[in-house]
Write a protein that binds this ligand. Structure first.
Ligand SMILES: [Fe+2]
Length: 182
């Protein structure tokens, strides 16, 4: 099955890096499917796009335009699997528009679902953000808190592409804000 193949491929890439990419991808898949349910979209296409959306960033965190390169890589992978051309095009455009790049804004329902899910998944992985700021970034509590609030505001903005995603984000943000005293 095509989903199993791209999932295996993506998880193999995750296992090569010390950063917890697996949680990120699983979160993006989770919220993509939740939004598909709410909005009536193609789950197979969105799940494939979710597993592959950061493939180039996982390979190299410093890569520029990972969404552009990732969309090309996804096309290559899916062509090799003989996935239908018109579905490959939807996956390609979802990956191309999932980042906050003003040159490639998400426009269709599918594109907005992936971009929103990419933001929403952070609410399930707050520990990763804390780790990034406090452990890896060696921030003071004050600095780390400021960075976290900035990041969560950015996440809220991206999740607000769809009212259904904004609702989930607002609920999750309120819980985190209270728990962490932000
Ligand atoms: Fe992502």
């Amino acid at each position: 099955m095509i989903i199993d193949k791209v999932k295996k491929l993506a998880l193999e890439e995750c296992s090569k890096d010390s950063w917890d990419w697996e949680s990120h991808l699983r979160g993006v898949v989770k919220y993509s499917l939740i939004l598909c349910d709410k909005l009536g979209s193609d789950k197979e296409i969105l799940e494939i796009a979710a597993w592959l959306h950061d493939i180039e960033k996982i390979k190299d965190i410093n890569v520029s335009l990972h969404h552009v390169k990732g969309s090309e890589t996804a096309v290559k992978i899916l062509k090799e699997e003989n996935y239908p051309k018109e579905k490959i095009e939807v996956v390609r455009q979802c990956i191309l528009t999932h980042s906050s790049d003003e040159n490639y804004p998400p426009e269709t329902k599918e594109q907005k679902i992936l971009a929103s899910a990419d933001a929403l998944c952070h609410f399930d992985n707050i520990l990763n953000l804390l780790h990034a700021y406090f452990a890896l970034g060696k921030c003071s509590v004050k600095e780390g808190k400021e960075k976290l609030i900035k990041k969560l505001d950015k996440i809220m903005k991206k999740a607000s592409l769809l009212p259904e995603a904004k609702k989930i984000a607002t609920e999750r943000y309120a819980i985190i804000k209270e728990a962490l005293n932000l």
